[in-house]
Design a protein around this ligand. Sequence first.
Ligand SMILES: Nc1nc(=O)n([C@H]2C[C@H](O)[C@@H](COP(=O)(O)O)O2)cc1CO
Ligand SMILES: [Zn+2]
Length: 189
Amino acid sequence: MASPSGSSADGSGKAQEAPQTSEKAREVLADDYYFMGIAGLAAKKSKDPMTQVGACIVNQEKKIVGVGYNGMPRDSKNLPWSRNAEKEEAERKYLYVCHAELNAIMNKNSADLKGCTMYVTLFPCNECAKLILQAGIKEVVYFSEKNDTPASTAASKKMLEDAAVPLRKFEPKEAIVIDFSKLQHHSAK
Ligand SMILES: Nc1nc(=O)n([C@H]2C[C@H](O)[C@@H](COP(=O)(O)O)O2)cc1CO
Ligand SMILES: [Zn+2]
């Protein structure tokens, strides 16, 4: 797994000396990479054939209190995933799909989300911005921004800024790779 906490293993910026013992140096993932990584992993569960979005909500103790991805409402079976602009609105996904942010909020495993930070792989729409504000979330960290819904994005920014909720873009400098073979634990002989 990559260790994106800075150039040094401890994030101090100083070059690290080789470990003196036979113990392997551990790589420690920085918070933003961890939480956006969880949001990214959640996105991979989405059945949206075009756009997979994930969100991860973290409380002030840095504990994860909700995770979600975009999907059709619970128990729905035959709702359309089409985005084809030529189809009737009722035959397109937009009227039905639950956004990743909504699902992360609904999936919360804590009493409330006051003071939490939301990590989301795509900039929140105006409807999700309202949910974020009403839930008491106090910071939003996003990864990518689409420019196909400018009015929604502008309204979302306006609401979040108006309520002084900081919006921060996550700009990763390296990839996170989970190599399962490295997670194989062998008992010491
Ligand atoms: N912040 C967001 N969270 C989301 O979960 N979504 C979802 C809704 C749709 O399933 C899909 C966007 O549709 P499209 O860009 O492929 O046509 O992403 C979209 C946004 C963008 O506002
Ligand atoms: Zn939304």
